[in-house]
Design a protein around this ligand. Structure first.
Ligand SMILES: Cc1cc2nc3c(=O)[nH]c(=O)nc-3n(C[C@H](O)[C@H](O)[C@H](O)COP(=O)(O)O)c2cc1C
Length: 234
């Protein structure tokens, strides 16, 4: 699954099947977090994998009693080591980069999970102090995001998004900046690129099929040839 497909297919899932998540998939998801960019490459994050049912229940309780969370077999709690980012970037590091770094890592992990056939929900509503206590975190280590991960047991309708025309401005916010009304015209390649990607994918598939068929044809020809040769020798 390519990244655009993962972005399009992802939805917050709050009902999970009672099926464990394979460890190799958890590893791939964590690696997507590890490979994410961070301010100055400080990598001020840590990822706590939570599988213990008792702990999951307590975390759900600490997340303003969002008990649906418990069903997800895996949580990844993304935390930030404030001291690390503060040392490099002071207040801006603490107030902005720490949050952004963890958000990027969590987003990469969400999309990786999606591409592996798993579902997630981003949970931001929790009592920080309670999570810190449950996971043995000192004061200067802050929980930023809890991701629930598992196999979906629901298929909710996609939530509404404003159209691009509504949220995109050209060359600024106020003054001379203008809204882009006709996206098809202005971003002419917006659609063309999408279509080109789809048609390239189809072509690659077609080529693969033709190559496979040809290979089979050649293999059976060679087999026939050697069979005849053996027959003649006899
Ligand atoms: C910063 C942030 C905090 C969130 N916190 C919660 C939460 O505590 N509980 C929850 O059920 N969903 C939470 N969500 C999920 C949003 O409700 C969801 O992403 C949004 O409604 C759009 O729906 P979708 O993810 O299905 O596209 C959070 C999402 C973000 C980005």
């Amino acid at each position: 699954m390519d990244v655009l497909e993962a972005i399009k297919k992802r939805k917050s899932i709050r009902k999970y099947l009672d099926v464990p998540v394979e460890w190799d998939k958890v590893g791939k998801i964590l690696d997507a977090g590890r490979l994410s960019p961070s301010a100055g490459n400080v990598q001020d994050w840590r990822f706590i994998v939570v599988t213990d049912p008792g702990l999951r229940k307590k975390i759900a309780e600490a997340s303003l009693k969002q008990y649906w969370m418990e069903q997800a077999p895996v949580f990844i709690v993304v935390i930030t080591e404030l001291e690390k980012i503060r040392k490099h970037y002071g207040l801006r590091g603490e107030r902005l980069y720490a949050i952004q770094d963890c958000a990027i890592a969590a987003t990469s992990m969400m999309l990786a999970a999606q591409s592996l056939g798993l579902s997630t929900c981003w949970v931001g509503a929790f009592e920080e102090g309670m999570i810190q206590e449950l996971l043995g975190m000192p004061d200067n280590v802050r929980p930023q995001v809890i991701l629930t991960i598992g196999y979906a047991d629901e298929d909710p309708e996609p939530t509404y998004r404003y159209p691009l025309e509504h949220i995109t401005l050209l060359n600024g916010y106020g003054g001379n900046a203008r809204k882009i009304k006709d996206f098809g015209k202005v971003f002419w390649d917006h659609n063309i690129v999408g279509r080109a990607v789809e048609s390239t994918k189809k072509t690659v598939k077609d080529i693969e099929k033709v190559t496979r068929d040809k290979r089979q044809e050649h293999t059976s020809k060679i087999k026939k040839f050697f069979k005849n040769l053996v027959k003649k020798k006899k």
